[in-house]
Write a protein that binds this ligand. Structure first.
Ligand code: SER
Ligand code: ZN
Length: 623
């Protein structure tokens, strides 16, 4: 009753308080917006085609074309923006119209003068090219110098257990990319900040954070990170203990872990070292990659398996053109950007993924991740163009990962035949441990990627300290260290794609937290989790074939970016804040096990300062 009265009052007030000038302007604004949206879709479509062409064939000609169309798009956006801000849109009565104006009112890089805009995009394009075409020599084989990040380096990092080989590859990759990108990166920082300032932000970090529509967002992230740190420390201590058993004194008892021993070129996902660190060795089917290979999975079959899961939730199947136009495996004859990505060509029809898939568990998971993006695109494709985005970028990153939480549960793996033994608590713990190596170890990495860049954009970290600051953060947050001393003549952050391609990274941290929050809600809807008695533990839940869960997810996806993200979160979970309790609850059995095990082993928890040094010049290292 009260709400009805309030509603009536609101309605009356909007009718009576309305200024006729504004009413007229609002009607004009509707028409303006309809035309602008159509033109924006056309422009985006044209630009995305050139981006796709470049990223799938890295020629100068394709880069030129992309830069030209990019410049055309920037010009279009600037003109549109000037018109947008000439409206008195904050006084409009229609919420969704106001929100579209709000979203159009930040111009972005297009605020730069045309020459500078082109320069900024050229610098990023050049760094992407350096990164994507870099090759290194194989260990002890000076004649074999054609190893690329994907697949060769990635493969060696995940499968080699030869410490010298791992060190060689780790270093060679950084030598091949870092120094070449350093000057370009410095110039990029200047230009990117200039663009941010033209948009009335203090620098690019403030611009990137703006999308979260919350002035306290940084503090909230820090708070969540602190809540998860105890679990991280336990896992870190356990892994270091196991690594010492394998590699001996290369790994110290109490120091940071050398970053080349963790199964991944960035030490961001430690899952690949599970085989020799498992809580219960030789129990259950340990090697899921081998299972996929043995069962003759192809890239397309992996994608079809992912699609099947989405369809089982009553989500949307991939359109025919997706299968025709996507790239699933690396092109043999054309240099391409292998970083996995998903594409919405803004015409409501054309959606693609670009993958350099190999038959590995990692790529199986990546495929689910990318298809999660496509599902989001498909659900909001009919919204006005500015609403076609995640509630925030972390939501977008969370959808596919959320599905993987079910897919990689022992229950589901057994159902689809990737685990063939009976499940007991040891198989279960091994599996939970592997998910922990992937998810929990990623937390500080995804956080420090942005801590590093925030201070760079704000000028707090000066160019002459870029690399040493990077290692300071790697040590402080991840408890890892470089296997050799470093200097400012190196530029190690460039060994990560998202740094050189100017892709914000906080989204992945957010996604990590959100996916468990979503998972908890959807498991409840699927009747597999009772929040009061916790009768089925979260890590044992598999939402496969639950339409209730799927329909709830659908509703959130269909909201796109039409409302601030807490509204979308509330629509699905009933909560308006990001919350670490779901992820903590999911890993609680592992956390308990690790605490006992570390105590039993006398494993040191935490780390003392690294003995490695980082200097201005390499010469200083020699003296
Ligand atoms: N896709 C992101 C990366 O590869 C997060 O996993 O770094
Ligand atoms: Zn993604």
């Amino acid at each position: 009753m009260l709400s009805e009265v309030l509603f009536l009052l609101c309605c009356l007030s909007c009718v009576f308080s309305k200024d006729p000038d504004i009413e007229e302007e609002e009607i004009a604004a509707y028409n303006f917006m309809a035309i602008l949206n159509r033109k924006t879709e056309e422009m985006l479509n044209k630009y995305q085609q050139t981006e796709w062409d470049y990223e799938t064939n890295l020629t100068d000609e394709n880069l030129q074309r992309k830069l030209e169309v990019g410049a055309e798009m920037a010009k279009f956006q600037k003109e549109a923006w000037q018109q947008v801000i000439s409206f008195d849109w904050r006084r409009f009565s229609d919420y969704y119209l106001r929100r579209q104006f709000f979203l159009y009112s930040v111009l972005g890089d297009g605020a730069l003068p045309p020459e500078k805009y082109k320069k900024l995009k050229k610098i990023i394009g050049d760094m992407e090219n350096i990164f994507s075409t870099a090759k290194i020599c194989a260990y002890n084989e000076t004649q074999k110098c054609d190893l690329a990040l994907n697949p060769d380096i990635t493969n060696i990092m995940s499968t080699s257990r030869n410490e010298e080989e791992l060190k060689h590859v780790w270093l060679a990759w950084r030598d091949a990319v870092g120094p070449k990108c350093r000057a370009l990166f410095e110039e990029y920082v200047q230009l990117s900040n200039e663009a941010a300032r033209l948009n009335n932000f203090t620098d690019t970090s403030e611009y990137w954070l703006n999308g979260y529509e919350d002035p306290h967002f940084k503090d909230k992230i820090q708070n969540i990170y602190e809540q998860l740190k105890p679990l991280y420390l336990q896992l870190h201590a356990y892994v270091r203990f196991k690594l010492r058993q394998k590699y001996g004194d290369v790994v110290s008892e109490t120091g940071p872990i050398p970053a080349h021993l963790l199964g991944d070129i960035m030490a961001q996902n430690w899952r690949e070292i599970a085989d020799f660190t498992l809580p219960f060795p030789n129990v259950g089917d340990n090697d899921l990659t081998q299972e996929l290979i043995d069962q003759n999975y192809t890239a397309i079959q992996i994608a079809r398996t992912a699609e099947d899961f989405f369809k089982s939730l009553n989500l949307t199947e991939m359109p025919d053109s997706f299968w025709e136009k996507s790239i699933f495996t690396k092109s043999e004859d054309k240099p391409m950007v292998c970083m996995a990505s998903s594409w919405d060509f803004s015409d409501g029809k054309d959606f693609r993924v670009k993958l350099c898939m190999h038959i590995t568990l990692t790529d199986f998971t990546v495929t689910h991740h990318e298809m999660g993006h496509i599902e989001y695109y498909l659900h909001y494709k009919n919204l006005p163009v500015k609403f076609r985005g995640g509630a925030n970028d972390g939501f977008h990153e969370a959808v596919g990962d959320l599905i993987s939480l079910s897919v990689l549960s022992t229950k589901h793996l057994r159902q689809i035949g990737l685990i063939n033994t009976d499940i007991d608590h040891r198989v279960d713990m091994n599996n939970l441990y592997k998910v922990g190596l992937h998810k929990i170890m990623f937390l500080p990495f995804s956080y420090l990627m942005e801590l590093w860049r925030w201070d760079i954009f704000s000028g707090k970290t000066k160019p002459e300290d870029y690399n040493c600051k990077w290692w300071e953060l790697r040590e402080k947050y991840q408890g890892v260290e470089s296997p050799v001393d470093r200097s400012e003549e190196d530029f190690d952050p460039a060994s990560k794609y998202h740094i050189i391609s100017s892709t914000p990274y906080l989204r992945y941290f957010i996604a990590l937290i959100l996916q468990f929050q979503f998972h908890r809600t959807l498991c409840e809807k699927a009747g597999q989790y009772d929040p009061i008695s916790h009768y089925s533990h979260l890590h044992n839940c598999d939402i496969y074939q639950s339409r209730e869960a799927g329909n709830a997810l659908k509703r959130m996806l269909a909201m796109g970016a039409s409302r601030p993200w807490p509204d979308a979160l509330e629509a699905l979970t009933g909560q308006r804040e990001m919350d670490a309790t779901a992820i903590l609850e999911y890993f609680q059995p592992l956390h308990e096990w690790l605490k006992n095990e570390n105590k039993k082993n006398g494993a040191y928890v935490g780390w003392e300062s690294s003995k490695r040094v980082c200097t201005r010049t390499k010469k200083e290292l020699e003296t």
